[in-house]
Design a protein around this ligand. Structure first.
Ligand code: SAM
Length: 247
């Protein structure tokens, strides 16, 4: 995973691997947005090691979203994506779809135990991804979005409005810039207080992502509020204790 090009930190990569291995639910791991395969390699290495079935990875590999690195350059990440999978020896554990998430969603029927959203970071794009695949989450599944602590509008708003504000979700938190929540439709309200406390801290970031890109003093203020959102590395045993009640 370290060798593959991409934007995940070590902390975030370790967290993704933990979720892939331990999300307490049966079903598929679905990745939206693969780029050159960094997170795909992490998820697939775990899936291969623990015989969890193929990771489904969807990306048109054309940087179509305005939030994409290289947007408008016409360059494809497909060859680098395949090279990353080959070097890591996981190409047979990845079911790659060179498509938009909305196209994959059209014929999708499989239950999902880990939904990893790292595609179009506009509000419309991130909201569409959660709306399209949420009906397929199984109780206990984990939803995670990348770049929640970034000034893109999509991930932070969807994390706040669709996950933290909803009693369908239970425990929630951040690890690095990954915001995650567990789908707990039967007992999610038990965590309402904790989700609201986190929501209050996340709410302070929203004025900065809704307006123009923060600069100068505004940027400093954004960074100050962002620093007050808990986003440390998770201890696997603590995280498991939080989510395993869903078994
Ligand atoms: C931030 S990158 C993904 C990074 C990757 N997860 C990693 O670990 O390096 C975002 C990717 O989302 C893809 N993308 C943009 N819009 C998409 C959509 N509607 N459906 C699927 N993928 C999309 C882009 O092509 C780009 O490769």
């Amino acid at each position: 995973m370290r060798a593959a090009p991409g934007f995940l930190t070590e902390r975030e990569g370790r967290f993704l691997a933990l979720v892939a291995a331990c999300a307490p639910a049966g079903g598929t791991i679905l990745e939206i947005g693969s780029f050159k395969g960094k997170s795909t390699v992490g998820l697939a290495s775990v899936a291969q090691r623990y015989d969890l079935g193929p990771v489904v990875a969807v990306d048109p590999h054309s940087a179509p979203a305005v939030t994409d690195f290289g947007h408008g350059s016409g360059q494809s990440s497909w060859n680098d994506f395949q090279a990353s999978l080959r070097s890591a020896g996981v190409e047979r554990t990845v079911e790659a779809h060179r498509a938009y998430s909305r196209d994959l969603a059209r014929g999708w029927t499989r239950p999902i135990r880990f939904l990893w959203i790292d595609g179009d970071h506009t509000y419309r794009g991130a909201k569409e991804d959660i709306d399209l695949f949420r009906p397929h989450l199984v109780p206990g599944a984990i939803v995670a979005l990348h770049d929640v602590l970034h000034t893109f509008e999509g991930p932070v708003r969807v994390f706040a409005e669709e996950l933290l504000d909803s009693d369908d979700f239970g425990p929630a938190g951040l690890c690095g810039s990954i915001g995650w929540a567990q789908y707990r439709p039967h007992d999610g309200s038990t965590w309402r207080g904790a989700r609201r406390a986190l929501r209050r801290r996340i709410s302070r970031l929203l004025p900065f992502v809704l307006g123009p890109e923060p600069k100068g003093w505004r940027k400093l203020r954004y960074k100050l509020w962002r620093g007050l959102v808990p986003h440390d590395a998770v201890k696997p045993e603590d995280w498991l204790a939080l989510v395993r009640g869903a078994w």
